[in-house]
Design a protein around this ligand. Sequence first.
Ligand code: ADP
Ligand code: MG
Length: 583
Amino acid sequence: MGKIKILDDQVINIIAAGEVVENPAGMIKELIENSLDANSNKIKIEISSNLIDFKITDDGDGMDRSDLLNSIQRHATSKISTKEDVFNIGTYGFRGEALASISAISKLKIISKIEDGVAHELVSYAGNIQDVRQVNAPKGTTIEIRDLFYNTPARKKFLRKETTELNKIKDVVLKEALANYDVSFSLIIDGKRTFFTTGSGIDKTVFEIFGKNNYKNLDKFSLGFLGNVEAIKNTKDYIFTYVNKRYVKSNLLERAIISGYDTKLMKGKYPFVILFLDLNPQEIDINVDPSKKFVKFSNENIVYKIVQTKIQDYFYEKDRTNWRPNIELSKENKKEDLELDFTKSNDEVFDNLLEINQNILKNNSNYDMKLKEENQLFSKQQGIFEKSDGTNKSYDVLGQVFNTYILVNNHQTSEIEIYDQHIIHEGILFQEFMEEINQNKLQSKPLLFPRIINLLPAEKDIVISNMEIFNDFGFEIDEISENSVAIRKVPDFDFRHSMETVFKEIIGSILKNEYDIPDIRREILTSMSCKGAIKAGEKLTLFEMQNMVRRLHEVGRYTCPHGRPIIVKLTKDDLDKKFGRKK
Ligand code: ADP
Ligand code: MG
């Protein structure tokens, strides 16, 4: 007798469950999509934080007794029937595997009722039906899963730690709720509601999920929402791409979006974008992976072009209507004046902008005058600084070029030194912070009005579970609701970016280095120094430059925290060669 056997259904289902229900979040996604396919208006997801028990309740079409019995059979689906249907899919589900897989690895109870029928309850253990009976229940379906993975302990061992899995679940719910903005979603963890949308349209939903501050930085365009420069991120996590309301990960779409933003993005920075593409189902193949997270387009070039040009066109129009003279803002009016009120109509905002421009022009000419006076005052002054090892450093700060580089004549080496103003300032701040942190001397200052910051669920969890780090860096923070925190104290330091940017940056740093605490601190120091430092393009007074060069020598740190060089040198020899005095 041969060695090959046909596996029995239970084994097949357990194997399939590995793909379909790779983790609890994957299971929740399948269940939500079943509820959506059943035309639900309300979907409630309840889970225990130990990720063992789950319950999902919807008010959708429901199932009658025979459908209920079939629903947990493998390859049993009401959504497709012919092979043509596989290439023309208008529902989330079609493989008929989710309930069979879930039932194979859990204790399952489904209660369901169709519009004019009676409710039934089905109970199954490890895929074996225990009981089916009539019960009382409203229209719709409730699915209860207990003891997930109880008969496959090996699989359970592969789960990541609970917070990671919970974050994945929150992420799944968020992504489903964002696209299905006419459906109300709630996610309840251990009896506490942690996520909620009312299902009242796209604008309200974006507002509910991301909060007011994010919402005001998002512009609506023909394919969804485009974040403005205030909403630039360090990761791709805020690029939400949907094809026919299905969240997909797609390099092609990401590249198209980034190229649509063009020069608005610096290298390594990503926009906040919500993109909904509606394509003829025949133009796409979602059956390329059991998780249905990836998509194949029949014509990649066209899809790329559509996305790229829609974004380019939007910015082209916007930049034209919002055009304003490209002048530097003086320090005084930089912060307050740019706070636009997004509740105002476009016209009002435009007027507001005009007014700001006029103020800037006015203040700027004063600023330039002051600058000239100061420059004259200091133009003769030479900097002499004694380093701690006793050597004298003697140099002349000659001035600033391109509003970015500081020129210094080093008398000792007879070299022209060119410093990048952002980088040297960053290096100085880094060193100062480091000393303050090491000596526990970092001061914080209370805010007159606590600053409310809206966060994604995953971000808020990061803050709560790393409170100690935030405290060390001078923040005092309270959790105030499901998706926001209040900042009461901040580091006593003049950041050139908004406090929110710095705070989010720290969250980003922690997210990046999940495990290594010393590295996190270093990352945070680096990013705080970067945020505090003068930027390229800012005009400096001679006095400021002299101060900076002096501090640089005091600190004695000649590389930037990112490892870039901070001084470029030009010798007399170099110049002689350029001018042909020497070969
Ligand atoms: P698929 O979604 O691929 O069809 P599933 O295993 O997820 O496969 O579900 C099997 C069938 O059970 C579905 O085709 C649908 O008819 C029914 N079903 C599952 N969940 C629900 C629900 N929440 N409401 C109504 N019907 C459901
Ligand atoms: Mg399904």
